[in-house]
Write a protein that binds this ligand. Structure first.
Ligand code: ADP
Ligand code: ADP
Length: 205
């Protein structure tokens, strides 16, 4: 199973990816997580750190390079779920090319659809546990008292609007691209996390 999960910031990609990946026994490849890990390790170019904090995208070749190296790892042999990549048509074309070179191709692109009016609220109150990576929401999915909470710099109100604008501008071309390839499956992302998981599994069946 080689699947791409597309959706605006705050749609629930990370939340759903964790459940779906466990169910199918495939790794979750999140370019956002990879970039944040590089930032935490001090190995990410300061210009890219600044771009991320402001909610801007990093250059296509950076994320394509990350994925190109990652898909050869042993745990990707049975497939993977891409979370947050590709985000642009050039990234999608590069992904197609790097899979073709390996004699592989995508099975589906799942679009997690959530109206913008709900996203700001989800993002501003998002917190993650530094130790476990578990994603919480201060109201909808409150963290346990012993969690070591992290508030992403790009989840501050100033960056959130910019990220949502960027997503809308980018996917205006990305979704029709995958629609044209016959890969796109739309999933309604409004509802409880369990309801959305059930829809995701149905879309992938
Ligand atoms: P993404 O990876 O798409 O940016 P996340 O999975 O990190 O999204 O979710 C964003 C925020 O919304 C988190 O605080 C998460 O707990 C919350 N969330 C996720 N799914 C739902 C849902 N179905 N209903 C309400 N809140 C949700
Ligand atoms: P979100 O929860 O907003 O969907 P991610 O964790 O996927 O965010 O990404 C966080 C940040 O990392 C993005 O705002 C962007 O700066 C960078 N990033 C992640 N994936 C990509 C990508 N495919 N192309 C360009 N930039 C990316």
């Amino acid at each position: 199973m080689r699947v791409v999960l597309v959706g605006p910031p705050g749609a629930g990609k990370g939340t759903q990816a964790k459940v779906v990946c466990q169910r199918f026994g495939v790794p979750q490849l999140s370019t956002g997580d990879m970039l944040r890990a590089a930032k935490a390790a001090g190995t990410l170019d300061p210009q890219l750190v600044a771009a991320m904090s402001q909610g801007a995208l990093v250059p296509d070749d950076v994320v394509v390079g990350l994925i190109d190296r990652r898909v050869d790892a042993a745990d990707c042999a049975g497939g993977f779920l891409l979370d947050g990549f590709p985000r642009t048509v050039p990234q999608a074309e590069a992904l197609g090319a790097l899979l073709t070179r390996r004699g592989a191709r995508l099975d589906a692109v799942v679009q997690l659809d959530v109206p913008r009016s709900l996203l700001t609220e989800r993002l501003i109150h998002r917190r993650a546990d530094k130790k476990t990576g578990q994603i919480y929401h201060l109201q909808y999915n409150p963290p346990p008292p012993d969690a070591e909470l992290e508030h992403r710099t790009d989840d501050q109100p100033a960056a959130v609007g910019h990220r949502l604008d960027t997503y809308e501008a980018m996917t205006a071309a990305l979704l029709p691209y995958y629609q044209g390839l016959g890969l796109l499956r739309r999933v309604d992302g409004v509802g409880t996390p369990d309801e959305v998981t059930a829809r995701m599994l149905a879309a992938l069946a």
